[in-house]
Design a protein around this ligand. Structure first.
Ligand code: ADE
Length: 305
């Protein structure tokens, strides 16, 4: 090799890491805390069994997740550092979000105060602006998928259900965003409490399907519970499609106004969506008064108490 050629780093292997405890488990993967031996750096390594993925026909979801993670370069998202494989498994080396799930913090304190809710909702809005600006819909946004870094900033994870819109994909009512792709008819995407009405009724996801989930999350941060509840998925789905939910006593009017502008049945009428003028009007909502959008990620987050 001559001196002008860049030396490509050689592929990592499982032997480059010391595997520790399990920190996450999904239907198709296990996430381990691991230490890179050469640097002492900690990572979260997602391990997927090839046989299991093939048997369950999940290959396209795994490829999608890798493709999305490779596109993202923003502090509010988990980063993908390396990928490698052995005969039986695939490995995704990810940033380790030391403080775990936003959901666990919410359960600890029951509900967030005004300042915490505003701050974390603003971080999620800022993350969605970046994500949608890169043509990606998350499709399974929920407090379990919002992890927290050492400094308690959000790190959104789990892009197994995500959708990448190619340039020119113009999602209008009645058009299938899945066209040209292997069909996923009737294969449910998203988690019951946060799934949008259009995903339930037409199986179509829009950027604003993530804004629906944002509305559910904001309601949950302030009240402790998601807006659409029930003992069975079917009951939850019925409430979602009928927009059947109530605000508890004491829910502040400006927060209520924002939730009501996000939980709108028509995906083209949600604050933040393209048809409503994009992220400008959402970030300008009175609920976010005082938020400094440009420096959110540098600000010390308010204590969760
Ligand atoms: N659980 C699942 N993924 C994780 C990650 N990247 N960091 C911390 N905990 C996790």
């Amino acid at each position: 090799m001559n001196s002008t050629e860049a030396k490509k780093p050689s592929k990592k292997t499982p032997n480059d890491f010391l595997f520790g405890k399990v920190i996450g488990e999904g239907s198709y993967s296990t996430v381990y805390l691991a230490k890179e031996i050469s640097t002492g750096k900690e990572f979260a390594i997602k391990v997927l069994e090839k046989k299991h993925i093939m048997r369950e026909r999940k290959t396209q979801y795994v490829m999608r997740e890798k493709e999305v993670l490779m596109k993202l370069n923003h502090q509010f998202f988990i980063r993908l550092y390396y990928t490698f494989q052995d005969a039986d498994r695939l490995y995704f080396v990810l940033s380790y979000a030391r403080n775990g799930e936003l959901l666990d913090f919410l359960h600890k304190v029951s509900s967030f105060d005004e300042e915490c809710s505003r701050f974390y909702t603003a971080e999620i809005v800022s993350a969605l602006e970046y994500l949608h600006g890169h043509g990606i819909i998350h499709r399974d946004l929920k407090p379990e998928n919002i992890l927290l870094s050492d400094e308690m900033h959000i790190q959104i994870t789990d892009f197994g259900s995500a959708k990448i819109l190619k340039k020119g994909d113009n999602l209008k009512e009645g058009e299938s965003p899945e066209s040209g792709q292997p069909t996923r008819k009737n294969s449910f995407v998203g988690t019951a409490h946060y799934v949008s009405p259009e995903v339930l009724t037409s199986k179509n996801a829009y950027y604003s399907s993530d804004l629906w989930a944002l509305g559910c999350i904001l309601y949950q941060l302030l009240s402790g519970e998601p807006p659409f509840r029930g003992s069975h998925e079917y009951q939850i789905f019925q409430k979602i499609t009928k927009l059947e939910y109530e605000f508890p006593d004491g829910f502040k009017p400006v927060a209520r106004d924002l939730v009501e502008k996000l939980l709108v049945l028509d995906p083209t009428k949600r604050l933040g969506c393209e048809e409503m003028g994009g992220y400008g009007p959402l970030k300008a909502h009175k609920y976010f008064e005082g938020i400094k959008w440009e420096t959110l990620g540098e600000k010390k987050p308010p204590d969760i108490i």
